[in-house]
Design a protein around this ligand. Structure first.
Ligand code: NZQ
Ligand code: ZN
Length: 391
């Protein structure tokens, strides 16, 4: 196991009706004037926004609203939010929605106390200071409710990039699984896929002797394999949604990623797809992950074989561990298909003729050095082959 530090100060309130305490939590974490940030309207239609505003009113906390966050959130609205925070003397940002809304809120929170262009943080500058952020989560997926990360798309060039810093870890996150019951099945399945991707990106490591985090990841993947089909069959299954929601947080607050190198090649390769075609991030990962895994599994066949036997119940073939590794990847593909996820470029609206452009943006865009480095190093030739495997 490698040396690590781990700081995860988010206060979690989990369960039914917890959103009604939003005002009390904002007060507890020092907010006097709040920016309520939300997406395209699901929280308006569900009545959640009104309940949140009432809880702020009950605590005599002032607020201004900024809606309109799009999935794969854009830099334009972030600039608008930063200006609004400065003009209105906002001291707390409250995200009401999914990962896109939370990420846009984190970007605004960092940009509001920074003199330069907030995009500096998405070009590699570590975030050390930000307004406090709280979240009320409406979809189990990105894990942004517990993570120090934010992913934004720069409209100029359509680069989708991440920023990080403990300063943007939410001060509190309210997780009511019942709020996720209004999700369309495709979004539920995409969320499940994203959570499973966050677990795989950590499982694929070059670090040795990381059994405790290996076992945590395997346990969370087994939970997703059990609960995923239950929630697809019955969207109102509160208990299944509750397990998925907490797994989504655990998958990405890095408690199962400490002390080990991580991958993130699948995410980087997918981000070009959601930047270019505006596809749903989790759906893009369903297409990306199997292709990446089939391309890189020979780098550490036994790691893939271990995943196949421990998580997917495959029989270990000691004479041919490669076959076991591939059986595990096939089981993942079958699972993703069974919950309604796409497996090909065409299903995402992606085009084979765009592959050179995708590879260029992936390997060179926004200052990258001509390759991406995760579990293995992938150069432009590797990335071209991987995208072609998805066609
Ligand atoms: O915008 P509204 O109207 O709210 O609708 C949203 C949106 O259309 C809808 N939705 C959310 N909750 C709902 C609901 N509809 C009905 N009922 C509800 N309860 O679902 C759609 C997707 O929302 P979005 O916030 O985009 O989903 P998600 O949480 O999957 O976030 C995806 C974004 O997170 C980034 C992705 O790249 C993508 O941009 N990620 C962020 C990470 C992080 N910050 O740590 C890590 C992830 O790997 C990921 O990259
Ligand atoms: Zn993700």
């Amino acid at each position: 196991m490698e040396n690590f530090t781990f700081y995860s100060p988010t206060y979690f309130a989990f369960g039914k009706d917890t959103e009604n305490d939003a005002g009390a939590y904002v007060k507890r974490f020092g907010g006097h004037k709040v920016l309520i940030h939300y997406g395209g309207g699901s929280v308006v239609r569900s009545g959640l926004l009104d309940r949140v505003k009432k809880s702020l009113d009950d605590e005599n906390i002032a607020y201004v609203e900024l809606g309109g966050v799009k999935p794969n959130p854009r830099s334009g609205l972030v600039y608008e939010g930063i200006d609004l925070c400065k003009k209105e003397c906002i001291d707390f940002v409250l995200a009401v929605g999914g990962g896109s809304t939370i990420d846009s809120s984190k970007a605004i929170a960092a940009g509001a106390v920074y003199d330069g262009d907030f995009w500096d943080f998405y070009s590699g500058k570590y975030i050390t200071e930000a307004l406090p952020v709280g979240t009320i989560l409406t979809i189990a997926a990105a894990g942004s409710e517990g993570s120090p990360d934010s992913v934004i798309t720069k409209e100029e060039g359509m680069f989708k990039r991440g920023a990080t810093g403990d300063a943007i870890r939410p001060k509190f996150s309210i997780l009511n699984p019942a709020l996720t019951q209004t999700l369309p099945p495709y979004q539920t399945a995409a969320g499940i896929t994203d959570i499973m991707a966050h677990l795989h990106e950590r499982y694929l490591t070059n670090s040795k002797d990381v059994e405790v985090t290996d076992r945590l990841i395997e346990g969370l993947l087994l939970t997703m394999i059990h609960e995923g089909p239950r929630v697809i069959a019955d969207p109102n299954n509160y208990e299944a949604r509750a397990n998925i929601m907490w797994a989504g947080m655990m998958a990405h607050n890095n408690s199962c990623g400490v002390g080990r190198s991580q991958d993130w090649n699948s995410h980087n390769i997918e981000h070009e797809l959601s930047a270019e075609y505006d596809c749903v991030h989790g759906a893009g990962l369903a297409v990306t992950m199997p292709a990446v895994f089939k391309y890189v599994y020979k780098h550490d066949v036994m790691r893939f074989a271990k995943l196949a036997t421990r998580v997917w119940g495959c029989q270990m073939d000691f004479d041919n561990p490669e076959a076991t590794a591939l059986a595990g990847i096939a089981a993942l593909e079958n699972f993703l298909k069974s919950i309604g996820m796409p497996l090909t470029f065409a299903e995402l609206g992606a085009k084979e003729e765009d592959i050179p452009k995708l590879v260029q943006a992936l390997c060179y865009g926004d200052g990258r050095p001509g390759y991406i480095q995760g579990f293995v190093k992938l150069d432009t030739e590797d990335c071209t082959k991987i995208y072609k495997m998805m066609v």
